[in-house]
Design a protein around this ligand. Structure first.
Ligand code: GAL
Length: 462
């Protein structure tokens, strides 16, 4: 087979996952609860088919089997998250020894199989005790996170060399403070901005702790969902609308982590609308002095934007969408099984932007993937024929390859996700894995895409 798209040496092939979405053992071995347990208790109907994250794909007990499968399908790296409330059940203080043992086992098993562990510290799972203190709205929680991060570096930093402070920090803002799809289901832009800012401060505290420990060969970064904002047209109002969307959704995190300060335009916009967060003494310096070593980029779909067409109700809560309208481009290519647009070139545009405007910082694709409902309907000869997923990945990889050829500093590609996982409130509605999960029996079966990615990884291209 001839390889048309060859990737650089030591390219990272693998996938990403998170604690809540795969671990299970939700109430075992002294694990503390998180906001997801509380929300489920309060409103189980908010979760597709009433399925909680308590069992998930039971990685807690089946990590050996799963890591073996990862190895089999050619993973050389895997990103997972540590559950803060498993490691430190109350969020601060006492460390859960069972959790230390579990994460040690996972890390050691990965390394034994030549799979480099990438560890995320926070993937949407606020410990309940910390939420009672106000979650990311509280500076006490920000400090507790800094301590938690330090604990993780000390416990696991001898073997884990790639660290990620936060996964998509804008999402808890969108979900928890704007659009009602995460606990605490508040609708308040200003409080959301405070949450975003505090998360940023917590990120910098973790980076600072990390650097002070001088972990050999270690690097630290953050994972951002850098959804590009495409204007409907070159009309000046459309361009301005897209610029605002980009400021709020992308540059709000990208600029502080890479450049050490917030975009002036964003500060101006928030100032004019009485949305500025409270900033404490020392925050500015903290942000300035604790830049990331690398970025993880999550990309699923583009954001298309047009100028506002109708004046919003002045009494309705303010939203990012107060400043622009989302635009549905006629004839856009769709993942019809999930209702998301597919625009492969987006991945290239992100990388070129990082190259041209962000010092060509080292980065990798930390998530990309395709959710599909009812995948069982595609079973042929006992396995799911997910050729649509193979096409999806292929087309994205072609654009990624092109960006690398043009000099972008891209080190790898991780798929969301290894095995069908529990989604935030969609539970098991949309399946994303290379590996099919039978929820009733916990049986794992490779999908067609798993055999395909194995070849891609083996050949370092396709
Ligand atoms: C991302 C998130 C993941 C996963 C994925 C697929 O935004 O980081 O946790 O849920 O979406 O829906």
């Amino acid at each position: 087979m001839s390889i048309k798209y060859k990737f650089p040496k030591n390219f990272w092939w693998g996938s990403a996952a998170s604690a809540t979405q795969m671990e299970g053992a939700g109430r075992e071995d002294d694990k503390g609860l998180s906001i997801w347990d509380l929300w489920y208790e309060k409103e189980p109907n908010r979760f597709f088919q009433g399925i909680s994250s308590e069992v998930a794909s039971d990685f807690y007990h089946r990590y050996k089997e799963d890591i073996k499968l990862m190895k089999e399908i050619g993973h050389n790296s895997f990103r997972f998250s540590i559950s803060w409330s498993r490691l430190i059940p109350d969020g601060t203080g006492r460390i859960n020894e069972k959790a230390v043992e579990f994460y040690n086992n996972v890390i050691n098993e990965l390394i034994k199989n030549n799979i480099e562990p990438f560890v995320t510290l926070y993937h949407f799972d606020m410990p309940l005790e910390m939420q009672y203190k106000g979650g990311w709205e509280s500076r006490e929680v920000v400090d507790a996170y800094g301590e938690y991060a330090k604990t993780c570096f000390k416990l696991f930093g001898d073997r884990v060399k790639v660290w990620i402070t936060h996964n998509e920090p804008i999402v808890p803002v969108e979900g928890g403070y704007l659009h009602d799809f995460h606990y605490p289901n508040i609708v308040d832009f200003k409080r959301g901005i405070q949450v975003g800012f505090n998360t940023m401060v917590s990120h910098c505290k973790a980076v600072k702790e990390f650097k002070s420990l001088n972990i050999q060969n270690g690097k630290i970064g953050v994972v951002l969902n850098l959804t590009p904002s495409y204007p409907r047209s070159s009309n000046i109002a459309d361009l301005e609308a897209a610029n605002i969307a980009d400021l709020i959704y992308n540059r709000s995190f990208l600029e502080p982590v890479v450049k050490g300060e917030y975009p002036k335009e964003l500060i101006q916009l928030f100032k004019e609308n009485d949305l500025l967060p409270c900033v404490e003494n020392g925050d500015k310096e903290l942000i300035k002095n604790n830049l990331v070593d690398f970025l993880g980029v999550n990309y699923y779909m583009p954001r298309r934007v047009k100028a506002k067409e109708n004046m919003p109700n002045p009494n309705a809560p303010m939203m990012p969408e107060t400043f622009f309208d989302n635009y549905e481009m006629p004839g856009r290519k769709m993942n019809v099984y999930r209702g998301w647009e597919i625009y492969e070139k987006g991945i290239y545009d992100i990388m070129i932007n990082l190259k041209n405007n962000y010092g060509n910082i080292e980065c990798y694709v930390s998530e990309n993937g395709m959710g599909v409902e009812n995948e069982e309907r595609f079973i042929k000869d006992g396995i799911i024929d997910d050729s649509y997923r193979i096409d999806f990945v292929k087309e994205h990889l072609k654009w990624l390859h092109k960006s690398i050829q043009e000099g972008c500093n891209v080190k790898g590609y991780h798929m969301w996700t290894f095995i069908d996982s529990w989604s935030w409130s969609n539970a098991y509605k949309n399946r994303y894995g290379f590996v099919q999960l039978d929820l009733k029996t916990q049986k794992r079966t490779l999908k067609k895409s798993a055999y395909w990615i194995k070849e891609v990884s083996k050949n370092n291209g396709f």
